[in-house]
Design a protein around this ligand. Structure first.
Ligand SMILES: N[C@@H](CCC(=O)N[C@@H](CS)C(=O)NCC(=O)O)C(=O)O
Length: 218
């Protein structure tokens, strides 16, 4: 027996316990159907030949996008921030788009995505590497102290922007910047990193989104 069902428009390699959560959350916010292929990172599946053909960096998330025209090869998009931007651009006409279209709001969007990638996430990632990702001989304990300090400082900057009472980082409209910043704040929290109090309401608001609750289930 063979199955004639067309393949889903998207296949996501990654899962809710890694940066794949950002993409699952975005796909659910957009109401896009997708197939999820969780990768066993602790078992080393990301270094298997089949997966390396898809993403030579051996990392998740990786998104296969089959929405191109007739005869067009599927796209493979890697890097979680690039995937968020790709999805936001591809679905710019969604009822609730993930990237604003106005000039000023679009510039602010890029600013916060860049802040996430260069200020908020790096200390969280370094802290994780020196806690459990690197082999014990490569871990440097004092780096965790500096990373915790840098995370607190980055969240103070975010809290200062949120202090005017805006619900989301760009104002009234939720965007992919909230997905990126929100998932990173949650990841830091899981690791016990302290953050500025002024981010708490923002994170509560993000946690209340049904798309995130669904994404956490996969
Ligand atoms: N800059 C990349 C980082 C991707 C990344 O490091 N992913 C982790 C999981 S969250 C991974 O695949 N680790 C497996 C490994 O490095 O072997 C992104 O944002 O997508």
């Amino acid at each position: 027996m063979h199955n004639d069902a067309p393949p889903p428009p998207y296949t996501l390699y990654g899962g809710p316990k890694n940066r794949g959560l950002r993409v699952i959350w975005a796909l659910r916010e957009l109401g896009q159907p997708f197939e999820l292929r969780d990768i066993d990172l602790f078992g080393g599946e990301q270094r298997a030949e089949g997966f390396l053909r898809l993403n030579p960096a051996g990392k998740v998330p990786a998104l296969v996008d089959r929405r191109g025209g007739e005869g067009e090869a599927p796209l493979v998009v890697t890097e979680s921030v690039a995937i968020l931007n790709h999805l936001a651009e591809e679905h710019a006409d969604a009822a609730a788009p993930l990237m604003p279209s106005g000039r000023a709001a679009r510039a602010a969007y890029h600013q916060w995505m860049s802040f996430g990638a260069t200020e908020l996430e790096p200390p969280v990632w370094v802290f994780a590497k020196h806690s459990f990702i690197y082999s014990p001989d490569k871990r440097v304990e004092p780096i965790k102290v500096t990373s915790a300090f840098e995370h607190l400082r980055a969240t103070r900057h975010l809290a200062a922007a949120l202090a005017d009472g805006r619900p989301f980082v760009l104002g009234e409209a939720f965007s992919a910047a909230d997905i990126f910043l929100g998932q990173t704040l949650m990841w830091a929290e899981q690791q016990g990193l302290k953050r500025a109090d002024g981010c708490d309401d923002y994170l509560r608001r993000l946690r209340a989104r049904p798309a995130l609750a669904g994404a956490l289930q996969g």
